[in-house]
Design a protein around this ligand. Structure first.
Ligand SMILES: [Zn+2]
Length: 216
């Protein structure tokens, strides 16, 4: 990913927060957003309204958990973001939301099984659910990293959802799509139960889509 200057990245994080609010994927001061830089990562401050943020409010941290730049207290979930950057070299952006339908499935501690093939295209099959741990704990970070594995989305038990991407835009699209697939999943249950695609169907379709779907 091209590394823009840090001020530019801070603006990009604020714009992403505003977009997430407008799309109803985060509410109030909830959720948190970060992106990787050459020094570590930039992350939203704890408990501040996205619409009132200025670039200086976005905190720059290193991958050892120290604040390098910024006067604000970084997000309570900073450790979860940091552990993802440490374990996934391909990830340059992390977004955690409390979007309603994904959170409802997370509250049921149920994986989001693929009942549409569109979900295979975006998430390569099931979106897993991480074991429960309280907000902002080391345990939550470990559980999220373990459940996310090599995927691009994870549900956080009794809490919310998290998506990653090669950049902020990709992570934002994943958050939007995770919410849509969660809504479809819940509606399909109400309609008599969604038919879960088999592991073999998921594997074949994921392989096929890798060749035929999107830009090369
Ligand atoms: Zn949260």
């Amino acid at each position: 990913m091209k590394m823009f200057n840090v001020t530019e990245r801070r603006r990009e994080i604020i714009n992403t927060g505003i977009l997430l609010s407008e799309k109803g994927l985060i509410q109030g001061t909830g959720g948190n957003i970060s992106c990787r830089t050459d020094k570590g990562f930039l992350i939203t401050p704890s408990g501040m309204d996205y619409r009132g943020l200025i670039p200086e409010d976005i905190v720059l941290m290193d991958l050892g958990g120290e604040v390098i730049e910024g006067n604000r207290t970084p997000s309570i979930e900073r450790n979860m973001h940091m552990q993802i950057y440490l374990s996934r070299k391909d990830v340059n952006a992390v977004i955690h939301t409390h979007s309603i339908y994904a959170t409802a499935i997370a509250a049921a501690r149920q994986p989001l099984y693929p009942i549409t093939d569109n979900q295979i295209a975006l998430f390569c099959g099931t979106v897993p659910v991480a074991d429960y741990a309280p907000i902002g704990t080391e345990e939550l970070a470990e559980n999220a990293v373990r459940a996310l594995a090599e995927g691009s989305g994870v549900l956080l038990s009794n809490h919310g959802a998290l998506c990653v991407g090669k950049d902020l835009n990709e992570a934002l699209i994943k958050c939007e799509m995770l919410e849509i697939f969660s809504k479809i999943f819940i509606l399909a249950k109400a309609a008599g139960g969604g038919f879960v695609l088999s592991d073999e169907q998921v594997r074949c379709e994921a392989e096929d889509l890798r060749k035929r779907y999107g830009q090369k």
